[in-house]
Ligand binder design. Structure first.
Ligand code: PLP
Length: 285
């Protein structure tokens, strides 16, 4: 495997950043993940636009033009011979002697890109079976709209899920409402048959997979209620699922041990997964 680090491609095992990189010391950086289909990147513009928004919100300099960055992403995919999988991009505020304020203007951001293959069969098997979800209190900060590498609450929640035999964790706010997954957006088909997902005004990440899926939902004339749902509503729901690059649309079949619907992936979920995969494949560049 090969990784891109600040202008150079090197063997994955030898690719390093400096110990004073602000990503390492302060989680002072942002990232994006694209799904790769047949060597091409899905939801390309959505992720690129969100990257620039994240950088802008944190006032991290734009490291290179979109054209150059696109070349690097494609080249990393090519050099790793990734047909299906993901490409990961991380941009931090760069390397400077450790001090909380921003470093001297002109300090170049650090850019790393990696790519890895993921067998589509794995996701398909998971989609056929469905996965368990564990709820966890949402203890994150107030800017979850920014895709930062500061993911401690997310990894603690994901680990709690895995230790409980669940695959994904869903965060729950003080009102008992589901915010989003630890690395996904959360959805249900509620007891009345209505598709529900939380609105993005409410301190969650605006997922690119979510956005694309919403367009498909609209095109197909399915009704969507963009409104938070509670854990109780999720447990009573007909179907539940979550979305993310890499996970696409993954069915959840239980929440905290309570079976959702008949405990099998629901028909709407599977339909939306097929629609999303179709669209993502078609639009990948
Ligand atoms: N929410 C969180 C907290 C995430 O980390 C992610 C993806 O990593 C998502 C939602 C889904 O976003 P996307 O569909 O753009 O991958």
């Amino acid at each position: 495997r090969v990784a891109y680090v600040n202008g150079t491609y090197s063997p994955h095992g030898e690719a390093v950043v400096h110990i004073e990189d602000r990503g390492f010391q302060f989680a002072d950086g942002v990232y994006e993940v694209w799904s790769v289909f047949d060597g091409r990147l899905a939801d390309f513009d959505g992720h690129m636009t969100r990257l620039h928004r994240s950088l802008n919100e944190l006032r991290i300099d734009i490291p290179m033009s979109v054209a150059s960055l696109t070349r690097v992403l494609r080249e990393t995919v090519r050099r790793n011979r990734v047909k299906n999988g993901i490409v990961y991009l991380q941009v931090t505020r760069g390397t400077a002697r450790r001090d909380h304020p921003f470093p001297t203007p002109g300090t170049p951001p650090s850019v790393i890109v990696t790519a890895k293959s993921i067998s589509p069969a794995r996701g398909d098997a998971q989609a056929q079976k469905g996965v368990a979800v564990l709820t966890q209190p949402d203890i994150r900060w107030g800017r979850c709209d920014i895709k930062t590498v500061g993911l401690l609450p997310n990894i603690m929640a994901k680990q709690a899920a895995r230790e409980a035999g669940a695959y994904e964790a869903w965060f729950v706010d003080d009102m008992g409402l589901v915010t989003e997954g630890s690395s996904t957006n959360a959805w249900i088909v509620d007891e009345h048959g209505k598709l529900r997902t939380r609105d993005t005004q409410a301190n969650i990440l605006k997922g690119c997979t979510r956005t694309t899926l919403m367009e498909l939902i609209k095109e197909h004339g399915v009704e969507l209620d963009e409104r938070p749902f509670s854990v109780e509503e999720a447990k009573r729901a007909r179907e539940a699922f979550f979305t993310a690059a890499g996970a696409f649309v993954t069915p959840a079949i239980s929440i905290d041990g309570t079976r959702i619907g008949d405990g099998k992936p629901g028909p709407i979920t599977l339909k939306l997964r097929a629609l999303y995969l179709d669209q993502a494949r078609r639009d990948a560049v």
